[in-house]
Design a binder for this molecule. Structure first.
Ligand SMILES: [Zn+2]
Length: 453
């Protein structure tokens, strides 16, 4: 791959340790790796040698946004009427029967739709949590679909094993046997997980939640993940019902439950954690257990306001997640960063949370939490994952501080997105996939699912 330089950006937000922002900045990358970052004038010799030079006047360049929690399959079930005004458990019960009708082609269409949406809005690395496998659906469907979009993908092999008849929440038709879950998890790790520096796919292990799998499966999943050196992910302490379930069923709070089963540590990240108390936050900080903060979904389901500021102050690794599109219902990470900041201000006052902190969580914070410390910042030697934001268009024009404006007055999409040095979005359009084809396939799947509902 040749040398590419993007120059004359109003600001390059590096997210390095000093959180440097470079005015009239430029960035150069080759073979998927950043080779230089600095003022455009100081990089003249690099620009002279470049194979491709891109002008970014009026733009801000940031590390690519990182999405730490999603259920891409849900992209075909946005704004479903029966679940529109329900909280978590009621919402799930409304949607399970619809999801039970999915086929592999629906999961593929939904994955491309959701990742296309994320890429166009500046995301370069997304995790995914697929925990139901009706009618021949496999994790492979999402991995193959993701490769067509071009962003880094961290799929997690989810699972549900405790159905209604055993005291769980999901219908029995959507749960799997635990030996089959573990067998298939081993299969997908062995087939797809890549531990290398520039890996485009890393697989994680992700039983759905304490209310849909057994303690045995939680424990076995942790053992398996550590044996395979992959990460662990689940939902935890999402709302008051979730905590009540834990107290009633397991006799302890969610943090204790997680810790007892081996679900704390730097190789674990939990989605939501809206209801963590102070002791649980300290436990997560001490053990470097990560949290995927999903403010849009938490608002939509009325789950509460996560103690984000406290988690950040105590040193809990935090990333941002859009969560599945059945509970958000859009997948735009800058919108999530804005929501995260606003929610902390609602409860903590105007000084409670800063736009740059929100941007940090949306980039480097998320990358570190997912074990990708080689992503999330723009420094020589790091992977060339970045987004170019046009701040001179009408959505953001008028901003004096253009970096803060990314969170306060975000543009609806990125102008350009590069992952591993390869263009994924140019001039607001997907490069590696046909947008029309993604839309057509998703429309066909939605029509079928609506007919069956
Ligand atoms: Zn979720």
């Amino acid at each position: 791959m040749g040398l590419t330089v993007i120059r004359n950006a109003d600001s390059v937000v590096t997210m390095d340790d000093a959180r440097s922002e470079i005015a009239d900045g430029a960035i150069a990358f080759r073979n998927g790796v950043v080779v230089a970052v600095g003022p455009t004038g100081a990089l003249a010799h690099v620009i002279d040698a470049a194979d491709t030079v891109i002008d970014a006047r009026g733009c801000v360049i940031t590390p690519g946004l990182v999405n730490t929690h999603h259920h891409l399959y849900q992209s075909l079930t946005r704004a479903v009427p029966g679940g529109a005004n329900a909280s978590l458990f009621g919402w799930l019960k409304c949607l399970y029967p619809i999801w039970a009708n999915y086929r592999p082609e629906d999961v593929r269409a939904a994955t491309r739709l959701g990742l296309g949406e994320l890429a166009l809005s500046g995301c370069t690395l997304s995790s995914d949590h697929l925990y139901l496998f009706p009618d021949g659906v496999t994790l492979d469907d999402t991995i193959e679909a993701a490769a067509t979009i071009g962003i880094r993908f961290h799929p997690t092999r989810g699972s549900m094993s405790v159905g209604v008849s055993a005291g769980g929440l999901p219908p029995d038709s959507l749960v799997e046997s635990e030996p089959a879950i573990l067998r298939d998890t081993i299969r997908v790790i062995d087939r797809y997980h890549d531990a290398s520096d520039g890996a485009m796919v890393r697989v994680g292990v992700a039983p759905c939640s304490p209310f849909s799998v057994s303690q045995g499966l939680m424990r076995d999943s942790a053992l398996l993940a550590r044996d395979k050196r992959v990460m662990l992910h689940t939902h935890l302490a999402e709302d008051a019902d979730d905590v009540a379930f834990s107290l009633e069923r397991f006799g302890c709070r969610p943090g204790q439950y997680a810790d007892d089963l081996g679900w704390t540590g730097p190789d674990v990240w939990h989605a939501h954690c809206v209801q963590l108390d102070h002791d649980e936050i300290d436990l997560f900080a001490r053990t470097r257990t990560g949290v995927a903060h999903c403010p849009g979904s938490n608002c939509r389901l009325g789950s509460g306001v996560a103690p984000l500021r406290r988690m950040v102050e105590r040193g809990v690794p935090v990333g941002l997640g859009v969560d599945g599109s059945a509970s958000n219902d859009s997948g735009n990470l800058l919108a999530e960063a804005r929501q995260a900041m606003l929610l902390q201000r609602v409860t903590g006052g105007a000084g409670a949370f800063d736009p740059r902190t929100a941007l940090y969580i949306a980039t480097r914070g998320g990358a570190q939490m997912l074990g990708r410390s080689n992503c999330g910042s723009l420094e020589p030697g790091k992977r060339a994952d970045l987004a170019v934001w046009d701040m001179a268009d009408l959505f953001s024009l008028g901003a004096w501080d253009k970096v803060a404006a990314l969170v306060l007055a975000p543009p609806p999409g990125a102008r350009d997105v590069f992952v591993e040095g390869r263009a994924v979005v140019r001039d607001g359009e997907l490069v590696q996939s046909s947008r029309a084809e993604i839309v057509r396939d998703a429309q066909r799947s939605v029509a079928r699912l609506m007919r069956l509902a």
